[in-house]
Design a protein around this ligand. Structure first.
Ligand code: NAD
Length: 372
């Protein structure tokens, strides 16, 4: 079985889908791993390290030639796959809702596309979950970068020249990224509060030593839908949330927004009028900027100044931590393929629960119900 790993071609993508560690592990399973020369460069992994781990190096065409499985951080263009075996698997973060054209092209080319972000949120798949591994790093990085731009310190400091007060940080959306943002802001010494539409997060916020800020007494609200994800909220809830946020946000120095709803534009959480009530020098990091943004006026990959408040948003925050993000992403892919490895056939064979959840295309058709 031949596994191919290509250099990522998307602008700003620094990650790589295999590391020397996972090359060695795949090799131990009996696979040949072919890696495109330079694939690890932006993640500080040299070709020589891949070769020492047992990888075959070459250009894109030679790496893909005869491949049974092509791995990626993002999906490769279908043109790169022409030398692969018929029915080749492509396992990567395929952005199924954002890159529909590419998914259709995979179907037409007979590729079996596996979207790693559709991995079900079940216990046995946790180690295969790219959304969790990458969101965790993104939540950390958002706080670090907000602290870098903030013209003051995070912790309270009592000095001979007088006292500096602690920064107030507010985390909006307490999924995987938000929980790590709370923990990171706390470690830096900020006073942290947080909010979410899922009431289950209240306890998690408290257990991290932060203060929950929640909309109460709005009828019929439970913001948790399928798979533990958020649902879109009613207009009454949205109005109550906006009011609560308005009064709270004016007192905050740092705001990190992480709210996403799968398959939809990110919910708008902060308006320009609310930004105008914040103190000059405050910083907002919009982790949802690539999905349309939680914050009015945020621009992908720019730091925007609105009313003296700096708004940061990277379209691909994990790519700002290339080495760690690659290490975890590569392990997710290895954990996935190795969990289904059939020793007799010398290749992975997926079960129904996970296979049907992540398979987008098969036999020339788009087959995933979420895309039909
Ligand atoms: P996400 O990235 O989809 O969204 C981030 C957070 O924003 C979520 O907590 C969501 O509730 C919140 N949000 C959405 N709309 C909002 C709004 N209008 N206002 C405020 N907050 C809003 O979430 P995620 O990090 O992928 O986590 C989703 C769920 O999956 C969580 O319950 C998480 O604990 C769970 N999870 C389970 C597993 C597993 O068991 N394998 C793995 C990872 C995550």
């Amino acid at each position: 079985l031949r596994i191919a790993a290509l250099t990522e071609r998307a602008a700003g993508e620094t990650r790589v889908c295999v590391t020397p560690e996972t090359v060695k592990k795949f090799t131990n399973l009996g696979a040949i791993v072919a890696v495109e020369s330079g694939a690890g460069h932006a993640a500080s992994i040299a070709d020589a390290d891949y070769a020492a781990a047992g990888a075959v190096l070459g250009d894109a065409a030679s790496v893909v030639a005869g491949a049974d499985i092509v791995l990626g951080v993002q999906g490769p263009d279908v043109g790169l796959l022409s030398g692969a075996k018929p029915g080749v698997w492509v396992a990567a973060g395929l952005d199924p809702f954002g890159q529909r054209g590419r998914i259709d092209a995979y179907a037409a080319a007979g590729v079996e596309a596996l979207a790693m972000e559709f991995m079900p949120r079940i216990t046995r798949a946790q180690s295969m979950d790219i959304l969790s591994s990458q969101s965790n790093l993104a939540g950390y990085k958002a706080v670090i970068d907000a602290a870098g731009v903030y013209g003051r310190a995070f912790p309270m400091m009592m000095t001979a020249a007088g006292t500096i007060s602690a920064a107030k940080a507010f985390i909006m959306g307490v999924g995987v990224a938000g929980l790590q943002a709370i923990a990171t802001a706390r470690r830096l010494g900020a006073q942290v509060s947080a909010t979410d539409v899922r009431s289950a997060t209240k306890e998690q916020i408290q257990s991290l030593g932060a203060k929950p800020i929640f909309v109460e007494n709005v009828a019929g609200i439970e913001g948790e839908g399928a798979g533990g994800y958020a649902t879109e909220m009613s207009p009454e809830y949205q109005a109550a949330q906006a009011e609560l946020v308005s009064s709270h946000i004016a007192k905050q120095d740092i705001v990190i927004t992480t709210a996403l709803i799968p398959g939809r534009a990110a919910p708008r959480l902060i308006s320009d009028a609310q930004i105008a009530t914040m103190k000059p020098g405050s910083v907002i990091f919009d982790l949802a900027v690539a999905q349309g943004g939680n914050v009015e006026g945020s621009v992908p990959d720019q730091i925007v100044d609105r009313h003296g408040v700096k708004i940061i948003g990277y379209s691909n925050t994990p790519a700002h931590l290339p080495a760690d993000a690659s290490a975890l992403f590569a392990r997710n892919l290895y954990n996935f393929l190795s969990a289904f490895w059939d020793k007799e056939q010398g290749k992975p064979v997926l079960d129904e629960e996970i296979g049907n959840a992540i398979r987008l295309t098969q036999g020339g058709q788009v087959v995933n119900p979420r895309l039909l």
